[in-house]
Ligand binder design. Structure first.
Ligand code: HEM
Length: 71
């Protein structure tokens, strides 16, 4: 579960690119929100989900990971 991962990159990737089942397989799907979320909004959303969705300590490197994930 990405919210519990010590590394925030899985959640950032999931929020931006969504979830797609492997080719041809019927499975659950989630749209990506990368096209409509600014970096600032992505940081805010991930921090919110981490704290209130998982009750885990803040990711210290979150803003950095969001910025770097686009390079
Ligand atoms: C701002 C809106 C949304 C946020 C912040 C969000 C966030 C998340 C998160 C944090 C997870 C857990 C990923 C994990 O297992 O680590 C997840 C899973 C999922 N989301 Fe979203 N989601 C959003 C909108 C949507 C929408 C619109 C859909 C479908 C129409 C959707 C469908 C799913 C599905 C199918 C899963 C996988 C559940 C599973 O297999 O356990 N999500 N989402």
């Amino acid at each position: 579960m990405a919210l519990y991962d010590p590394d925030p990159r899985s959640l950032i990737h999931l929020l931006r690119d969504g979830i797609a089942p492997p080719d041809g397989e019927p499975a659950r799907w989630m749209p990506g929100f990368g096209a409509i979320l600014s970096d600032e909004q992505t940081v805010a959303l991930a921090a919110y989900l981490r704290r209130y969705g998982a009750a885990q300590a803040d990711w210290p490197d979150l803003a950095d990971a969001v910025r770097k994930g686009k390079e």
